[in-house]
Design a protein around this ligand. Structure first.
Ligand code: PA5
Length: 442
């Protein structure tokens, strides 16, 4: 296992206010908040995976199910989906679908595709009240009646808050097997709890290795000497670059398998750090806008903007040093392409990454690189924990609450109002006020 951070050395970077002392103080504050039970995410890697593996293995071994459909959104889905996408070989578990959006066409297609009698639905919502997840659960629950009758509860697993929320109540009423999301672990920090572990174990993903990587990353991240700490270096780079006007973080992973992991990271980064006020209530309207990119594909679409457009970005490359399989380009290409003959696909990919990075560097455009020696469960676990920790430390340095999301609450209330929820009529009125000038185009 190896995960390295090549820090940003581009001159335009400023300094984190308070320097190393501020970085260490922020890390200490995060550690203290773990110790006093406030920040539960740092304890997640210590969760024993054996019960999850045993439970999931027993379900798969019955042979009754061949498919799981995960209903969840945001932090209740992105992490497991991202991790599963990194699997480099065939997994010995259930086929997995993630249903996140409220797209009726996609949802209808999913139900056309699956055999309900062999499907397990994993319903994940910490609050237990999320419109998307709960309405789809109810759809599936009703669809299952004609297939499994009084046994339909055996086709549903609930993962939710230990005490609160409509799903907790329903799980008890309907007799569903359920797992808890620890109360002190927020949605986007919850992938290393039952939220991720249940679907991953059912899919046959090596969760023990994932958690071991996360544990190592946490321990190294909290204990490394300041001058050699990759976590503090990364936190410093992001804060310093932000202060110097680089307010967007482009996360560019050179592997298709890592694309969904970038999506997970975009949510963590965007929702945690995009805040209107400090914890004391001072208006700051701060954040680092995350942008997903996949190399080499986005060299042919987004890179022009990053290399020539506004100097407001920090490009974070995610590099894989060794791929589990490779493909050789056959000999025989001629002329200006002859140098490609006999090259491995991975060597071409790496040359393109290095070329892109060097070109940005030549033009003093900030960049940094996270390097994994291989795509393994341990490296993925380490990457996840590393970024959770960096996010929490940046939140401390900015004195914002990285664990709430007040900015999305009003929109949710208005949606509930529009859908007729009792007591929410005033919110519905705000939607009417927001629709203004329509110009007919065609
Ligand atoms: O990070 C968060 O808190 C959010 O992204 C939530 O995970 C998301 O809104 C889903 O919430 P819930 O798990 O309550 O359905």
């Amino acid at each position: 296992m190896a995960l390295r951070y090549d820090r940003c050395t581009v001159e335009t970077k400023g300094a984190t206010p308070g320097g190393t002392a501020a970085l260490v103080a922020a890390r200490d504050a995060v550690t203290a908040a773990w110790a006093d039970g406030t920040y539960g995410f740092l304890g997640c890697p210590d969760i024993d995976t054996a019960p999850f593996e045993g439970w999931a293995g027993a379900i798969v071994a019955t042979g009754r199910f061949d498919t799981q459909v995960v209903f969840g959104i945001g932090g209740s889905s992105l992490g497991a989906r991202a991790i599963l996408a990194t699997a480099t070989g065939d997994l010995d578990g259930l086929d997995t679908y993630f249903s996140e959006n409220m797209d009726p066409i996609e949802f209808g297609r999913l139900f056309d595709r699956i055999d309900l009698s062999r499907t397990l639905f994993i319903v994940i919502t910490k609050s237990g009240t999320t419109i998307e997840t709960m309405s789809k659960f109810w759809y599936a629950w009703n669809a299952m009646e004609s297939v499994a009758g009084e046994h339909r509860h055996k086709h549903f697993i609930a993962i939710t808050d230990p005490e609160k929320g409509a799903l907790r109540v329903l799980a008890e009423e309907l007799g569903l097997t359920s797992f808890d999301v620890p109360a002190n672990v927020g949605g986007r920090f919850s992938v290393l709890t039952a939220v991720g572990l249940v679907p991953l174990a059912l899919a046959g993903y090596p969760i023990a290795e994932l958690m071991a990587g996360a544990r190592d990353a946490r321990d190294a991240g909290l204990s490394a000497a300041p001058e050699s700490s990759a976590i503090l270096a990364a936190a410093n780079d992001h804060v310093a670059l932000h202060a110097a006007g680089h307010t967007a973080t482009v996360i560019m992973a050179y592997s298709d398998l890592l694309g969904p992991l970038v999506e997970w990271l975009c949510q963590l980064w965007g929702e945690s750090l995009g805040k209107a006020t400090t914890r004391a209530g001072e208006t700051v309207e701060i954040g680092l806008t995350p942008i997903k990119a996949v190399g080499v594909v986005d060299q042919h679409s987004q890179l022009q903007l990053y290399s020539a457009g506004p100097r407001d970005k920090h490009v974070v490359f995610v590099e894989v040093e060794q791929f589990e399989r490779d493909v050789e380009i056959p000999l025989g290409l001629s002329g200006s392409l002859s140098h490609l003959s006999g090259k491995s696909m991975s060597s071409i990919l790496t040359a393109e990454l290095r070329g892109t990075r060097a070109a940005l560097h030549q033009d003093a455009r900030p960049h940094s690189t996270w390097r994994m020696d291989r795509i393994t469960a341990a490296n993925v676990g380490a990457f996840i924990l590393a970024w959770e920790l960096i996010t929490a430390i940046v939140g401390e340095l900015w004195d914002i609450d990285a664990f709430d999301q007040p900015g999305v609450e009003l929109g949710k209330k208005i949606s509930h109002g529009l859908l007729g929820r009792e007591g929410f009529a005033d919110y519905a009125a705000l939607a009417t006020a927001a629709s203004d000038d329509t110009l007919r185009f065609m």
